[in-house]
Design a protein around this ligand. Sequence first.
Ligand SMILES: [Ca+2]
Length: 636
Amino acid sequence: MTLSRSLVALALSTTAGFSACSSSSNSTPIPGTTSSNQTSAGATSPPAQNSCTLGASALTQDHGKFMTLANGTPSTLKLLHGHVPRQVAEATDQGKTNENQSLSITLALAPNNVADLNQQLMALYQPGSSSYHQFLTPDEFRAQYGPTQTQMSQVQAFLTASGFQSINVNENGFLVHASATVAKVNAAFHTELHQYQDRTGKTFRAPAYELQIPSELAIQSVHGLHDLTHLSPHLKQFSSSAPGTSKAPQQATGPGGGFSPSDVRSAYNVPTAADGTGQTLAVMELDGYTASDITGFEQFFNLPATPLQNVLVDGTSGSAGGGAAEVTLDIELMIALAPHATSILVYEGPNDDQGILDTYSKIANDNLAKSVSTSWGTSENSNSSSFLQSENTIFMQMAAQGQSIFAAAGDSGAYDDGSSLVTDDPASQPYVTGVGGTTLTTSSNGAYQSETTWNAGSASAGGGGGGISQFWTQPTWQNGLATTANKASSTMRNVPDVSLNADPSTGYAIFYQGGWGTWGGTSCAAPLWAAFTALVNQQRQAVGLGTLGYANPSLYQIGKGSRYTSDFHDIADGSTNLFYPAVTGYDDATGWGSFNGTNLFDDLTANPAPPVTSPAPVSGTGTSTVTTGAPSCPQT
Ligand SMILES: [Ca+2]
């Protein structure tokens, strides 16, 4: 879990949509303040992303310097919570980071008018609303919710006055990059970067204190002060000697017994006429791949050469590294269902917090792909809450623009960090569709036979990710699903939303490094769901409908309705993802289950939409509602 580069990112915000002054679950007290709402590291209460404006009296006890704006007017400061990683509390402080070290930084901006944005997102996905599916362009999103010129000028003036250099703004103004020495970073944000050593001996850099900035600035959060962010791909190759493996790969028709593209179509009843024609898809990747692997996959299965377009973010080389298997299988499984797609865009960025935000932001600002998949994630509790919040802004933009994004829910069952009940980010984000994992059994003719929760016996051996978010409050479309039987939460977001075959023992035939292997993991399930959505969009276009967009409102509407058991395979056999059981209806082991392709396809492409048989769901919580009920901050 180390960051490969030294980067810092800020997120700018306005106060719109935020309740005043609340704390983060992983916050660290600021010297001179006595906040009563601090919670212990790893606490399960939802953190908030707000700042607290402090009176001048607090500043005299601060370890930072009194801030003077460029015009010479002294400014009060406000706290920015969510920047001291949880890991700091469990590590040994080795002292201050070398103050002469240079850091490249990025500032990320939160949306203005957040309450309006939440309302608009609800209307966009509310059947019957006058703005139903009237999606925004990136320019419209920026105009309505992006930072104003005044906000930008204030932030740039602050950075310049603080000694930052190489200041530049990304295309929609939400991310600002800059660089400075550690000494200048410490002074600008009234913190101190320290070196720490964790229990395993690994060292990392992190701020010792939460940040403070002039209260006038619309800065939401700062990223890259720590170097802990490093996402893992959620894939597993079949091995007969792997723990929890009790059988050879299923004898599907692919090389080595893995599922071939036609096997997937047969088992999941995917409509044969839908092939992705006219659709642009995207995968979010933190590594490169070797093009000849993709070609080998296509040629073996007599598939067309689907056009691939690499989009290299932040100077990434695009060469295949240690995570190339992930990139390869993501692309191949998209091709498996959507071989006639116009293009698959392969966005490749650096594996650190700035690189991740920049890559997602690029996908949103390009707005070319309406079906997006990500197989990279890490447990919610290993991220700073400020990072989760900044990701959320981008996923809200995607939803507003009608982009669907599916994320692998993790391969460690209910224990995403290996030991505690925690979910995976970004699968647990409220504007992302989290995809869990199953074990699929087919009959001798390749038809669907049965499905159970993927559970190889331990978190390390593998299991479908799922559980209860510690960070995000429950989106309205999940209301009413918690029961004693499914152990789901009635107040927080439950994950996954859906699932698909992910067990390496019943895995997919993947061509990688010039050879065939059988691969599983929720990494396989997410791109297949995204590709299925591309097929849906192909048909929606044909009948004069817009893209499906953010999928959860539609999926939950069907899940709660009379067509559920025909559109989905409900996994309800009492199997678990090491903790949460698969029971009738929605559950935290498998979500609504896997798609019964043709049936779900027909309902997602019906014009007019099938009648709603239960109260229509609306879109999920955003930045404004996550702070509901948060305690207020002490004023001095
Ligand atoms: Ca179920």
